[in-house]
Design a protein around this ligand. Sequence first.
Ligand code: L34
Length: 284
Amino acid sequence: MAKIIDGKAVSAQVKENIAKEVAQLKEKHGISIGLAVVIVGNNPASRIYVNNKKKACEAVGFESFEYALPEETTQDELLALIDKLNADDKVDGILVQLPLPKHLDEKIVIDNISPDKDVDAFHPVNVGKIMIGDYSFLPCTPAGVMELIASTGVEISGKECVVVGRSNIVGKPMSMLLLHKSGTVTICHSRTKDLAAECKRADILVAAVGVPKLIKGDMIKEGAVVIDVGMNRLEDGKLCGDVDFESCEKVASYITPVPGGVGPMTIAMLMKNTLTAAKKKIAL
Ligand code: L34
């Protein structure tokens, strides 16, 4: 039976360390650190995630500024808000919760966030830095996954790492972080010919495709580390990952649950990036 990786516990530890540093910065430099969180429309899942981010800000000692905009907000209105936040000294980090309503262009919105305040690391400048291993800002979800793998003590170097999913926010940056730790990385996606065969080779498997319970126990290698980034809401309202937990926990050595796995780590890494942004501002 696999050991369960406790994302809540690991994230609590990360946040505790951040809180200590924030308290010191306040004392020594008298600064306060702020995160602006922008949410457009009424996506109930986004609302939960944004609330969790605000709670985390409070826990580590950041100020959070919420901008909850109506569904019918125009692109120009949203860009005007971002300009204002880019120029606001109280705001160290800017997060625009995705997905945005369909009439808004996510790419243009992200391009307009100042790269120095881009605590999601979604801006092309920061994405480029990730490619070359310069982590000014960590991509939150992949960085959280790396912390969870580190918590198991399993070495990445030389291991077969399989990432299922090729999104810009998870799959691609995830693959880069594993590569930088000298894993042998395979990226699988919807056109992959034999997904089961690819997964079966993985010492470390990261599932981030958004297909409920896609990865079954008979698709994974005995003793694999299995990380589930999936956050699917079933019709009964229950959350479910991309990994079929019941069958996989019998085969894996370590496995993350959903909820309580990667989600809380994404938020902890967002806090870390916001602290990084604030420290850069005062050139620490
Ligand atoms: N801009 N948009 C931007 N940045 C992000 O980093 C995100 N993401 C994804 C969606 N859109 C984004 C998040 O914040 C996914 N995501 C996220 C964050 C937190 C949690 C899940 C997804 C989370 O807190 N998960 C809890 C369960 C929450 C629940 O009950 O629904 C968990 O334990 O996994």
